[in-house]
Design a protein around this ligand. Structure first.
Ligand code: SF4
Length: 375
């Protein structure tokens, strides 16, 4: 079984209008130091609790890990390597915002082992980026991609968002074509979600948010499938397309329901059948790490049925689907509903596995809700 390590870096230069991730804008040096001290205490605690886990993947997410200085990144990587094992050839990903850092910094991160960058392009339309409250332009994305490659990192995944205010199918298709033209190894799609506490949440309450209609949203998703698979990308997960051999190894750990350790505020771990979240906000994180209060905010001990359900759902997200024969107890309970979904064109058979159709992928949350609802 593969194991992944996720590190959450809760800093950003400014807040995007849709963002609900745990992150603070423009923290000063004292807050940054306080965070690293806490992170290292949490890391030492995890080492004492779980032993010297050997990781196959490491993922720096956030927030904005591209705001880490070389010294900060060096200290984190050294601490990880001192406490845990990192398998040879491990995939080490760092999320990067276009416009951040120069080639020298990217070279330094690469020398520390980073071999994959997830680049938050979101769109290639500057007016849309501005509306999102992003700090970068389409030109910044192109320049940053050149720098990443100049630093010797060739495995680059690019994020694109859909269902954005004022976005049309033509805009979105244009962004897809730009991503393909840039030859990135993966494209990840993100539907805009509106969260109450954000700028967009307020705008929606005031009825000032002009979101594309559902049919337009569906047409964007179909355009993504057509454009990306037509260009040779494999549609390996509902929202992810990769060139052969470049599917995100870290995210596959989540989708295969394998084990991972999450460090930093808001991150989750799944180890020895227990899903846990240590602290769900930054203040709570500081307080708990500083006082050594190592109780989890969330802790679910998964029953065998829970584990089957999670594995089945996660597997359904992948293009290969899930073989009911591997989930006999669960499948006995849901087989009538699976049949309804097959008849409705939301699921299909691929050999002896069930998988989502294109329609099923677009409505995946509804499909999972229907399939797994408790009687
Ligand atoms: S850069 Fe990412 S984490 Fe930071 S505010 Fe924007 S969306 Fe949120």
């Amino acid at each position: 079984m593969k194991k992944g390590l996720y590190i959450h870096i809760p800093f950003c230069k400014s807040r995007c209008h849709y963002c609900h991730f745990i992150s603070i804008a423009d923290p000063g040096p004292d807050v940054r130091r306080r965070f690293f001290n806490c992170l290292f205490r949490e890391l030492d605690h995890a080492r004492a609790e779980h032993g010297a886990i050997e990781f196959d993947t490491i993922y720096f997410g956030g927030g904005t890990p591209s705001l880490l200085t070389e010294d900060e990144m060096t200290e984190i990587v050294n601490r990880i390597r001192a406490a845990f094992g990192v398998r040879p050839g491990a995939e080490i990903t760092c999320e990067w915002n276009p416009g951040d850092g120069d080639e020298e910094k990217l070279r330094a991160f690469s020398a520390l082992g980073a071999n994959r960058i997830s680049l938050g392009a979101q769109s290639f339309r500057d007016d849309i980026l501005q509306r999102l409250g992003r700090r970068h332009t389409a030109h910044d994305t192109i320049v940053t991609l050149d720098r990443i490659r100049g630093a010797g990192i060739t495995n680059v995944s690019l994020d694109l968002m859909l269902r954005l205010p004022g976005q049309t199918v033509v805009d979105f298709r244009d962004s897809l074509c730009r991503a393909v033209g840039l030859g990135v190894s993966q494209v990840s799609l993100y539907d805009l979600e509106i969260h109450e506490e954000t700028v967009f949440g307020r705008m929606q309450r005031e009825q000032k948010l002009d979101l594309p209609a559902e049919q337009v949203h569906a047409a964007m998703y179909e355009a993504a499938i057509r454009t990306l698979t037509g260009a040779g990308y494999e549609h390996y997960e509902i929202s992810n397309f990769a060139r052969p051999g470049f599917a995100s190894r870290h995210n596959l750990i989540y989708w295969r329901n394998e084990e991972y350790l999450g460090l930093g505020p808001g991150s989750f771990s799944y180890l020895a059948g227990v899903r846990s979240g240590f602290a769900h906000d930054l203040e709570g994180y500081f307080r708990k790490c500083e006082t050594g209060e190592w109780t989890n905010d969330v802790e679910d001990v998964l029953s065998e049925e829970d584990k089957e359900t999670e594995s089945f759902t996660m597997r359904l997200r992948l293009c290969g689907g899930a073989a009911p024969s591997r989930f006999p107890v669960l499948y006995e309970r849901i087989k009538d509903r699976a049949r309804e979904l097959l008849d409705g064109g939301f699921l299909e058979w691929a050999g002896d596995s069930l998988r989502l159709t294109t329609r099923g992928k677009f409505l995946s949350e509804d499909v999972f809700g229907f399939l797994l609802r408790k009687e």
